[in-house]
Design a protein around this ligand. Structure first.
Ligand code: MN
Length: 128
């Protein structure tokens, strides 16, 4: 893999649990992705604008607003609407999937996250 940053997709990791966020950051970096991190909804929106990530992994339970509200903001803004948003949801209920889609999420993964599945799915989400 080339060292030019532009060749490696940038993943914005939105997760308020520091342990999970750091573990995922290491996993993604070791898998060849560039990683930006946000621990709150406000931070996620700021990072999305500044860093223009290719994909955001979006925890739904954030301290200041829900991940779905963040997603609605990103998808409603021309500057950030092309970012692929994958929700990380704690409950894999049908209604949650529907709520994710309604908010504009491009996909969702149920917690606890199966890391092998996550790494398999990211390229699929990026190629949509
Ligand atoms: Mn959370």
């Amino acid at each position: 893999m080339s060292d030019r940053p532009g060749d490696r997709p940038l993943v914005l990791l939105v997760e308020d649990n520091e342990t999970i966020r750091h573990a995922f950051a290491i996993l993604l970096e070791e898998s060849g992705y560039r990683v930006a991190q946000a621990a709150s909804g406000a931070e996620a929106i700021e990072r999305a604008h500044q860093d223009q990530p290719d994909l955001a992994l979006m925890d739904l339970g954030l301290p200041d607003m829900s991940g779905l509200a963040v997603t609605r903001r990103l998808k409603g803004d021309e500057a950030t609407r092309d970012i692929v948003v994958v929700a990380l949801t704690g409950r894999a209920l049908e209604s949650d999937e529907e709520a994710c889609r309604d908010a504009g999420c491009d996909g969702y993964l149920s917690k606890p996250i199966d890391t092998a599945n996550l790494l398999r799915k990211i390229p699929e989400f990026l190629s949509r």
